[in-house]
Each structure stands twice: as structure tokens, then as C-alpha cells.
Design a protein around this ligand. Structure first.
Ligand SMILES: C[S@@+](CC[C@H](N)C(=O)[O-])C[C@H]1O[C@@H](n2cnc3c(N)ncnc32)[C@H](O)[C@@H]1O
Length: 482
């Protein structure tokens, strides 16, 4: 439930390149801003946060350029090495990288090549400090256009240039998925669609699709409540936004709430089910749990927790827009239940627990192309340790017969099936209630060596959808140990 503005997956869109008006910023301005953005990402900043601080008039175009560049940085870096004898200043290098990425445009080019060259040169001329480099950049880009095929053929031999991911990432995927690693990397370089989840407590999916069709918005159903839009747009302009008829949520993420609530029934006393969403912000899955409980007439008492108090505000805002029943939103560290357990649970045990754990986000690279460049190899083990600790400290809060859904938006086994395997090995009272599910980005056939291997019957129940992000799900049940 995140994107409200122009969707970051948009292709770079042609602007004339020349006029310097408010309505249509010149391409050189967008190139310049995207190059500054690239430098900031290289310095460790998140692209999404950065883009929010950009002037509104420039934001959609420059963001599309930056995201496009982040999907092509490996190739552009290899080309630069071939084209440039001595490394230019970082600002000039970043601009060269953005311009080369744009010239690489796969599919239909967004801009005529000579417009790109001309506007990249213009961007440097406008920055006094770097104007002397304009001729150098012009020469590099023109040489690329002349020798394109040979330069690209040489780049193809380097894995980082071929796949536009860091080497350690490629290697990890190759080990985890000997047959599918190429398809995963290729999927990561695609643009993600804009996917909605219809709030079925307010409006049926069929009705919403009809409404979109009446407004001329192309859309397809996905999963049980999802809608994939034909093209990216500002979702605030879609019908029902202010009235909470939908949320923005990837189709893979839409599996969490139904999985946790499947077969859930209220306690014999008719007391509401006590549910903790332990890492809840910005509230996408929290809202879905409340929507499903409402349409199924299932009484639940939902506690939405997140360690980040600012992000907790987003949970409240989202639940309010969706007109869902008020829930308790708690800013607290889920890994320290001793700080909140007595006060929040008052001696009760949880019926259901959703642990959407902090992770590498390696499954959502289509939407966040900076992630691959921001992460370090060592982050993965560190995140796995955090996930393991969250699982261990939260498990005792669950009542016997209760269930915990562990999920991450990752495709790395360390954060998914290895994690669960380790947990099951040391936790006698834990069992897997259904085969764990590893969704791979955009692939309709899911990875099928998760533990335990799905039987034909359980595989048949797996959602046959595609065009979703990568996610891992494991539904764990707590049994009574004699
Ligand atoms: C994957 S995101 C959750 C997305 C959310 N479930 C949704 O569907 O919208 C992970 C969240 O975990 C939170 N988090 C990280 N460590 C935490 C901790 N120790 N306790 C509680 N929340 C934590 C982060 O602030 C982040 O919001």
C-alpha cells in the first residue's frame, strides 16, 4: 500500500528535449536530476525516499530515468570502462551512466539517440563546474553509437553487465536455483505492473473491474481480489480511492491474509481471535486481514505493531482511508516482548500471528531497482539472524493450536526455507501446516523444492498466477507437546 503518484515502473517518457517550461521539463533537466539521484544511491540512499524530495514537475520523468538507469547500471558501467581511459569525476560518470542506459533502451527507444547525446551535453554545459567535460561526454556517447554492437558484445561476457546485478547476488541465486536463476534475474529487470487489491468489504472485485472498464481503464483480475492495471497511473485518480475501495498491493503479497485466516474459526466462547501483525507497517497485510475478517463475519482483535513509529502512522492512515474497524496500532520492538507483552496481551495468548519479517527485499527488485545495488552480501546473514530471533521470541506468545505465518519478500533460501527448516529442527512444538510456498517474480510455475515437497494435491492448490513479486510463505502450527 505504497505508491500514490506516478508509478516508478513507468518507461522513460519522451519530452521534447528542448522547451524549458513548467509543464514539460527539458530532458537535460531530468537527466541531470537522475544523475544526481544515481550518485545518491551509490552513496547508500534509497531511491524511493530520494525521489520524494524532488520538485514535483521534474519527478515523474527523472524518476523514470533513474529507475531505468538502475536496471541497466551493470551494462552501462562495463561500457564506460571500454569507452573511457581514465575515470571521470563521479558527477560526470553518473551522467554518462544515465545517458548510456537511455541509449541502451530495450524495446522501443524513448528518445532519438541524438536527442539523448545533445541533452546530456546540455546538462553538463548548464553546470558550470563540469561544463569543460561536455566535449568528453559528447565524444563517448557518439563513439558508443558508432561502435554499439562490438561494445555490447564485449559487455555480454561479464555477468554483472549481462544481468545488471552484483556478482554476489547472481552467485547466490545460481546456488539457490540452479535451473531458474536466469529467469529470476531477467524478471528482476522488468518493470512491475501496478496491482491493486480490491477492498471486498466495500466493493466486489467484479464491480470494481466493471467500473474501471466504464472509465476506460484497462485492467485484468489476478488472484482472489487483485486487479492488474494495463498501465501505471496516479492511483488517486482512480474511482473509489478516497472511499477506500482498494489498496496498492502486489499479487504475491495478497496471499498472506487468506493463508493466515484459512479455516480460522472463532473460539468456542465466541471471543474474538487475538491476532498480532508483528511487523505491520505500512499496513497492507493488516488491512487485508481486517477486510477478510469483515466479509467472513469472523470476529478478530487485531494488534498491528511496528518498530518504526513514523511508519505506524501510515498504518493508521491506511486503515482510516479503507474505512476498516479501528485496530490497535503499537509502535514497539517485536523482538522485545518483555517490553510490551504484559501490557498489550494481559495474560492472553495469541490465536494467530503474522510475521512479515524485515528482509533483503530480494523478491521486489522489479519495483525497487536500487535494492540490488544498496545491499551487501553480508546483509543477508545479518537479516537472517534478525528473522530467526523474531521467530524464536514471538513463538511462545502463540497458544497451542495457534498459527504463525512467516513470510518475507525475498527469494533467497537463507531468508525462507532454510530459516524455517532450522526453526522446525529446534522447536519441538512447531509443525508446517502446508507446504511452504516460494513465489518467484513473474514466474507462473513456483519453485517446487520447498519443504516438504508439495504433493500433487497441494501443488494443485497453489495459486496459478503470474506477474507477482517474489515471496516466501510458511504457515506454522503450534501443537501440544506431551
Ligand atoms: C516487510 S515490512 C512489513 C510490510 C507490512 N507487513 C505490509 O504488508 O504492509 C517489514 C516491517 O518490519 C518492521 N520491523 C523491523 N524490525 C522490527 C521489529 N524488531 N519489531 C517490529 N517491527 C519491525 C519495519 O519497520 C518494516 O515496516
Amino acid at each position: 500500500m505504497t505508491t500514490h503518484q506516478a508509478h516508478p515502473s513507468q518507461r522513460p517518457r519522451p519530452s521534447s528535449g528542448a522547451p524549458d517550461s513548467k509543464a514539460s521539463p527539458a530532458l537535460w533537466q531530468q537527466l541531470d536530476l537522475a544523475a544526481r539521484g544515481l550518485q545518491a544511491v551509490r552513496a547508500g540512499q534509497s531511491a524511493r525516499a530520494l525521489v520524494q524530495s524532488w520538485p514535483e514537475a521534474l519527478r515523474p520523468g527523472a524518476q523514470a530515468l533513474l529507475y531505468h538507469t538502475l536496471r541497466h547500471t551493470g551494462t552501462a558501467a562495463s561500457l564506460q570502462q571500454q569507452l573511457v581511459a581514465r575515470r571521470p569525476q563521479p558527477q560526470v560518470e553518473a551522467l554518462l551512466c544515465v545517458a548510456l542506459s537511455l541509449l541502451l533502451d530495450d524495446g522501443e527507444p524513448s528518445y532519438a539517440p541524438f536527442t539523448v547525446v545533445d541533452q546530456a551535453v546540455e546538462a553538463l554545459r548548464r553546470r558550470r563546474k563540469f561544463s569543460a567535460q561536455a566535449g568528453f561526454v559528447n565524444a563517448c556517447l557518439r563513439r558508443f553509437l558508432r561502435e554499439r554492437d562490438a561494445l555490447l558484445a564485449a559487455a555480454e561476457n561479464e555477468p554483472q553487465a549481462r544481468w545488471n546485478h552484483p556478482l554476489w547476488w547472481i552467485e547466490r541465486l545460481r546456488q539457490d536455483y540452479p535451473d531458474q536463476w536466469r529467469a529470476i534475474l531477467a524478471a528482476n529487470n522488468q518493470r512491475a505492473p501496478l496491482t491493486l487489491r480490491v477492498n471486498q468489504s466495500r466493493c466486489s472485485r467484479a464491480d470494481y473491474l466493471q467500473l474501471l472498464a466504464q472509465r476506460g481503464v484497462a485492467a485484468q483480475p489476478i488472484g482472489a481480489a487483485g486487479v492488474v492495471l494495463g498501465e501505471a497511473m496516479d492511483v488517486r485518480r482512480l474511482p473509489g480511492y478516497a472511499d477506500g475501495w482498494f489498496s496498492v498491493q502486489d499479487a504475491g503479497a495478497q496471499l498472506a491474509a487468506p493463508m493466515l485466516l484459512q479455516d480460522a474459526v472463532g473460539a468456542p466462547t465466541d471471543a474474538p481471535l487475538l491476532v498480532l501483525d508483528a511487523c505491520a507497517a505500512p499496513g497492507g497485510k493488516t488491512a487485508h486481514l481486517l477486510e477478510l475478517a469483515a466479509i467472513r463475519g469472523l470476529p478478530i482483535e487485531l494488534l498491528a505493531m511496528d518498530v518504526d513509529a513514523t511508519r505506524c502512522e501510515r498504518i493508521t492512515q491506511n486503515l482510516t482511508r479503507l474505512q476498516l474497524p479501528p485496530s490497535r496500532v503499537v509502535a514497539a520492538d517485536a523482538s522485545r516482548p518483555q517490553q510490551w507483552c504484559d501490557h498489550l496481551l494481559q495474560g492472553r495468548q495469541l490465536d494467530l500471528l503474522l510475521l512479515d519479517a524485515p528482509c533483503s527485499a530480494a523478491g521486489i527488485v522489479r519495483r525497487h531497482p536500487d535494492i540490488r545495488w544498496l545491499r551487501r552480501a553480508s546483509d543477508i546473514e545479518a537479516l537472517a539472524a534478525v528473522q530467526q530471533s523474531l521467530l524464536s521470541v514471538l513463538w511462545p506468545l502463540l497458544k497451542p493450536g495457534g498459527r504463525l505465518l512467516y513470510c518475507t519478500c525475498s527469494v533467497f533460501h537463507t531468508e525462507g526455507e532454510d530459516q524455517v527448516r532450522r526453526f522446525l529442527a529446534r522447536q519441538d512444538d512447531a509443525q508446517l501446516l502446508a507446504p511452504a510456498l516460494q513465489l518467484l517474480p513473474t514466474l507462473a510455475v513456483h519453485h517446487d523444492t520447498v519443504l516438504p515437497a508439495p504433493t500433487p494435491a497441494s501443488a494443485a492448490q497453489m495459486p496459478q498466477m503470474h506477474n507477482h513479486d517474489g515471496f516466501f510463505y510458511a504457515l506454522l502450527g503450534k501443537r501440544t507437546v506431551a
